[in-house]
Structures are given as C-alpha cells and as structure tokens.
Write a protein that binds this ligand. Sequence first.
Ligand SMILES: Cc1cc2nc3c(=O)[nH]c(=O)nc-3n(C[C@H](O)[C@H](O)[C@H](O)COP(=O)(O)OP(=O)(O)OC[C@H]3O[C@@H](n4cnc5c(N)ncnc54)[C@H](O)[C@@H]3O)c2cc1C
Length: 553
Amino acid sequence: MSNPFLLAVDDDPGVARAVERDLRARYAEDYNVLRAESGASALQTVQALKQRGDRVALFLVDQRMPEMTGVEFLSQASSIFPAARKVLLTAYSDTQVAIEGINSIGLDYYLVKPWTPPERNLYPVLDDVLSDWVASASLPYTGLRVVGSLTSVDSHRVKDFLTRNLIPYTWVDVDRDPDAEALLTSLGPGEHDLPVVFFADGRHLVNPDNVTLAEEGGLSTRPSQEFYDLIIAGAGPAGLGAAVYAASEGLRVALVEGDAPGGQAGQSARIENYLGFPKGLSGADLTRRAVTQAKRFGVEILTARSVEAVETEHPYHTVSITGGDQLSCQALLVATGASTRILDVPGAEDVTGAGLYYGTTVSEARNFTGERVFVVGGGNSAAQGVEFLSRFARRVTLLARGSDLANSMSQYLVDRLGQNDVIEVRNRAEVVAVEGDGRFGAVIVRDKDSGEEERLEGAAMFVYIGAKPRTEFLAERVRTDPAGFLITGPDLLDRGKRPADWWPKRDPFLHECSVPGIFAAGDVRHGSVKRVAAAIGDGGSALHSIHQYLSTV
Ligand SMILES: Cc1cc2nc3c(=O)[nH]c(=O)nc-3n(C[C@H](O)[C@H](O)[C@H](O)COP(=O)(O)OP(=O)(O)OC[C@H]3O[C@@H](n4cnc5c(N)ncnc54)[C@H](O)[C@@H]3O)c2cc1C
C-alpha cells in the first residue's frame, strides 16, 4: 500500500505551490503530497484516491475560495475520507467561521495566514494532527492478530487491554471472518480455546493474561530499581499529572498501573471541556500524549501491575505489587481513582463482557454497527457513550432513572442528544433484569411511575452508573469518609485538633492522608471534583505537599 496523502487546496496558484513545497519539505518521506487549485478539482482528486484504495491523512484548505469555501469543501471531502484530519487556512477576519467549523464539520485546527516560518507556525500543528491520525487510523496489519468471539469474555478483555494500552492489533472474529478458520487450523486439529493471539514471528498464545500481553507489547511490567523518591499508585489523569510534574522536577518516580494508563478518562470517547482543545479530545488521545510526556521525563510506568499492599516504617513505605515484586519509596501518592459500580440485577453478571459492558469500550462499539443498543445512566459519561455509539448503532436507547436529564447532565449534552435522530431517551426507566443466552439479548425495564415492565431486545448494553473509590489495598490503615474516599489535609482535623494517632509535630499537609508520607489526589480523594482537569490539577498540587513533606524527612 502506498504512503497516505496530504492534500493542499488553494485557489491562488502561488499559495498552493508554497503550501505544497512546505509540506514536501517535512513530510515527503512518510506521505505523498498533492495540491489542487479549486475545491471542485480537489474533490475529483479525493474521489480518485478513494477509488484507488488510497488513504488521505490531511486536508489543508484555504477558506476563501470563490466557488467553494474551504468549509464547504471539507464537509464534502470528509464524507469520503472521514478519518482525514481537517485544517483550514484563514485570514484573521475568518476566525469566527473557523471556530464554527469546529462544531459543524469537526475542524481539527485553523491556521492564520501567513504561516511562515513553517517551523514555528505550520509544522508543530501538522505534526500534532498527523500523529493523532496515525494513532487513530486503522493502519494495515501490523503484526498482532487476535482471533476470538464476541461471546467470549476473555476476547473482550484482550481487545480492551490492547486498545487501552494503544497496542495495535487486528481483530479476527471466528463467527464472521473467513481468515479465522485458516488461522485456527494452523494450530492443529480440534477445538481451540479463545482468544488466540498470533504474533508476526509466527508464535501464538492462547488466552494470554494482561501481564503477558503487556510484555509482548513492549510495555514495562517490572521495576528497574528497589527504591524511588515517589511511587504513584494509579496512572489516571491524577497519577499521570503528578508523575509529569514530579519527574520534571527531578524526582525518581515509579507509576504503578493495575490495568492501562488513562483511568476512567481513558474510556471517554470525547472529552470536550478540557482547556486548550477546542474540538475536544478522546481519552485515548489524552492518555497517549500524557504517557509520552511522562516517559520523556523519565517516569517508570509499570503496566498491568496493581498495588496490593503498603507497609510503612517511617520514613519509608514498601509497596507490594501483583506478581510478587516490592518497591520502596519516601512518599507514596494514591491516585487510584474510582471504579464503575456494577449493575446488580439478575442476569447481568452472566453476560458481562459478552454484550454487556461497563463504559463505552472503543474496541467494542464498532461491532454494533447497524444494531440497537442500550446505555444505562443519566450522567455526562452516559451521554458521551450514547453519542459515540450513535455513530455506529442504528438506535441507541438511553435508560435513565431520573425524570429530567438536565438534573444530572450538562445542558450542552442534553441538547445534543435531543438533536440526534438515532438517540432515544427514556426517563424514569429502571433496569430490573438482563436476559441472554451466553450473550446479551434483552433488558427488562420498569417504568418507575406506572410500575409496568417491558422487555426490550437489542445487541448490547453499556452501563454508566457511578463509581466507588479504589482503596482496598490500604486496608483500614488510612482514614476514609463513609463512602471510602481518602480524607486529606485540613479535613483530618477535628475542630483544629489533629487525629489521636497523628504523631508529627505539624498538621497534615494539604494532600496528606492520616499516615504521614502517604498522599492522595484525584477522584479517590474526599472532596475532590470528579473531572479530568481537576484530577490533573490535583495531581500537580499534591506534589506541592509532597515536596513540603520530603523537606521534613
Ligand atoms: C466514561 C467516562 C467519561 C468521562 N468524561 C469526562 C469528561 O468529558 N470530562 C471530565 O472532566 N471528566 C470526565 N470523566 C471523569 C474523569 O474521567 C475522572 O474524574 C478522572 O479520570 C479521574 O482521574 P483519577 O486519575 O483521579 O482516577 P481514574 O481516572 O479513576 O484513574 C485511576 C487509575 O488507577 C488505577 N488503579 C486502581 N487501583 C489500582 C491499584 N491498586 N494499583 C494500581 N493501579 C490502580 C486504575 O486502573 C486507573 O487507571 C469521565 C469519566 C468516565 C468514566
């Protein structure tokens, strides 16, 4: 397959040539660069590329073209290449049009002319949008193939783990894909457990665990040292935020993640309220950027390893992680966030991972193209899930217990759900049971007003019903509120008095827990704001407390 294409469109031949020249200067090795001098001729080129089976990574288009504006061109071209990134070249006076384009056509970026010098004004933007494209495009087969079934819980686990750790793979469905039989036959006669993961070098693994997958995918799972200045439990936004700040300030940091970096935010299809990303960004994108940044500063990230226990012998903490390793530190930051509450109704457990999912796993959503699916929950994360699924499913029914979504969901999301024909909202709807024979088949919903029950058939159900803090590994050694969130800093004081077992001759620092040297940040901390930006900020400000503490030991 040939390299992907970058297409520059400008009706001024001189400008079109200049853009083409600058694009070639930087990207010629990995991309083919084309230019067109009108929207109409560019559309012909786009159609020809599509017919030849080529891929387009970027449209870089002038807004002011006489017969077809840049936004009009992009709207048509992106129906042919939906994944291509869209960047508009504008004059200052077109800025408002470009901002509107973010909503109307999903514009990725706009550049104000002139863009010279390109090293400062063009390449940083294009490097960024092209690395997004590379991360999200379904690139040709790269080596890892997962042969499995949609009814197999472990197939879902393997796909989800690879997706959330950004390890590329090709999914081969035994029930739909003709290649599956040939691959399984190559293992010998008889039945084979699923999933089977095939590697480029011919090896295969039957139903590998997450640690093996992480190691095969080139991720680090074992600590390289015994002692760190700071160990962070949990690589969600709070843990990643703290890790970047800490390592950039020279601390030796180990970040221990039980599953995949990104935490709850990593499951979000689109985070729209994160400052500086006017178009919003996906949780996977935010995670990829944060992990790269953390590694650049030297953070050691251990993936698929959970913190199981913590022992403290002042001033050291020893952390035991799954798999038997132990590592010690001067300060421990707990950023283990919260995990989704489980839907406790008859039948749900039997089909979890086989049609019933917690959160909208990007790896699964595409499997329900053209199907009817359900989303349970009434908060912002449920709304994001509904919107994401509506890109694939024929019908998405939101089942919410409250009487008005506006009480639990941001208004802009309520409005958008109302404008989307694929989406149906049922308020006062309580899930009372789930049915399925090895795979989700139907949900029984009770109308909370009339008490009537209805059986609704569908292909899958995605559940978002809140979260509970993950502090099990601390046992009862650290003080929590009744819901289990870690109490820190001034909240530990009772009318100004320190807790009875608090021995330092100072008050706990702002993010410090009831054990000196153990800190908390993000969703797991009592009183924290449950948002991505807040968690990142909390991770950063926990570091201030950690520095204060380190200066005392
Ligand atoms: C689907 C969804 C969509 C959302 N969308 C938005 C949005 O658009 N905007 C917004 O502002 N907020 C959004 N939120 C909320 C936001 O994601 C959270 O507030 C944020 O992720 C909290 O970050 P955190 O780092 O504190 O915890 P988490 O994100 O929960 O991360 C904690 C991490 O710790 C790990 N962990 C847990 N226990 C252990 C252990 N024992 N050892 C090692 N690791 C462990 C977990 O695997 C996880 O990776 C969304 C949440 C969800 C679920």
